[in-house]
Ligand binder design. Sequence first.
Ligand code: PRX
Length: 656
Amino acid sequence: MCTHNVTKRLVKEAKINSLPVELKYWPIRRYMDIYKKSLDDIEEFWEQEARKLEWFRTWDKILEWDPPFAKWFPGGLINASYLCVDRHLKTWRRNKVAIYWEGENSEERTLSYSQLHREVNRLAVALRKLGVKDGDRIALYLPMIPELPVAMLASARIGAIHTVIFSGFSSMALADRINDTEAKVLITADGGYRRGKAIKLKEIADLALENAPSVEKVIVVKRRGQEVKMKEDRDIWYHELVKNIQGSIDPMPIESTHPLYILYTSGTTGKPKGIVHSTGGYLVFINSMYQWVFDIREDSVYWCTADVGWVTGHSSIVYAPLMHGASIVVYEGAPDYPKPDRWWEIIEKYKVTIFYTSPTAIRMFMKYGEEWPKKHDLSSLTILGSVGEPINPEAWLWYFKHIGGERCPIVDTWWQTETGGVMISPAPGIGLVPLKPGSATFPLPGIDAEVVDDNGKPTPPGVRGYLVIKKPWPAMLMTLYKDPERYKQTYWSRFPGVYYTGDYCIKDEDGYFWLLGRADEVLKVAGHRMGTMELESAAISHPAVAEAAVIGKPHEIKGESIVIFAILKQDHVPSEGLHEELREHMRKTIGPIAMPDEIYFVSKLPKTRSGKIMRRVLKAVVSDAPIGDVTTLEDEASVEEVKQVYEEFKKIIGHT
Ligand code: PRX
């Protein structure tokens, strides 16, 4: 079925690393025509896309734009659960596999669309019986098991708003998010698996609930069968709750601007932001973008390796693929467990056609070597995807050659939790443009993206600037939960009237977009997004730490690693023990993703005269880069100390 056998030639002709590509290729012309037309009248364009979905009632208006607040398709009535499940039951897809689930310990479960319908209904009925009403928030803290998408769809079915909390988060992070949403119900599991080890989710949830009083009921999935404490009147086993439920509940017609979910992400302050996504606009956008980017076909078997706890999982594992009636693979465990060919084995087993993962994973597998994918038949693959961080050309080429057999295009998809769906990416579903390894190519139709300088003026080709989006799009976040001021400030004040992404970007002479990472105090560690302030407040909450500065250091696999510089309180002295304690403290406060790779104890931090920590200086020291301009520095001795501490560290670990 591979229609992309031109890819190899196009990649070659694009001459790796941005040599000019003449616009003689018809796919570029075709793309440009569609793109330009889409921007001439975005409302008309998105209205056509909206008509591709089934609505219970058509909208009164396409867009109510009260900058920077957008309401897409107000008055329209729609339901995500209906579109992802019920609609398919009227077709042959009722017996088609919706979810192939693979447990870490090789257990298997398969859910057809009609089985998915039954599961979603049973839980939706149960939630209603528990008193969940439309608009109520439900927190989901689950491993990668089928109950997670089922719970999202059950919530959507009855108009509740879900907030999924990544199961790697700590009890404190979980409590913060539950408190912010004031969730009434928490759905969790007794435990999960990670590299053969038990993750005690219920225990972590119990700790969180000591400080999260809004939760009235806890529904517990029995995943491992491990012993857990069940609190009377509050905790209920999932299987007992749904056991005797036979009936179904009609999907509730939901007004288009009613929130479908809230998802927390990091920003430049210590407090995570609750990104609010709408129902109608969000579904319209992700439905179209999924077709454009992944060229989804009836016989596609699609596997996105992200965790459902991130936006990639929401849009690209659950809502968009299921709306298209695709068969998706959901894998519970670690990528290289028990052996480094686990993923390649899964691709072979399920004959995956579309595979979507992160640059960190690709770099990790590059290190393991191509002998691992070579053991498996990966010839079912037709399209590969990458997301979450910039992909370096070396990793791109390895992926192209050793996973895609030089036959599958790579869709390098740029987007954010806030954007709801992919914004910049090759779009084989429209027509594949020549690819340049490391470039996300062009914006999707309807997305008015530009690269601008500090004054908001478009940068010349090849010059770095900030990526902005100039027109509203249907899946854009509606606001930040309970904080519209912060929404305005964060995204719409840097360049008035346009959406600020926080990313650096270059547009080359052919108009290709090259994403270069964050321009703000946000780190991307193995694709996980964390704010320096959030990490610093976690470090400072340790009783021995007086002050802390956190920076990201380039890392060959993870993209960036976390480095902490900490000043200790009086009466505390640096020691190996304290070092370990602080690492552990970061894990407990945020989760394993926040474990620093390096910690340095210093007596001063480089600061400006106005007292701002100069993280740039710290970053330069640990990256062995030039320190740059330090004229605003308050005390030069601080830099000397940082350098000295770092040099000593290098000696210890044997660097030259
Ligand atoms: O810096 C960009 C990077 O990830 C950020 C968004 O992170 P998050 O909200 O966690 O969503 C990630 C998954 C959609 C962006 O601001 N990013 C995402 N995709 C790419 C990327 N950077 C470069 N290339 C990409 N393809």
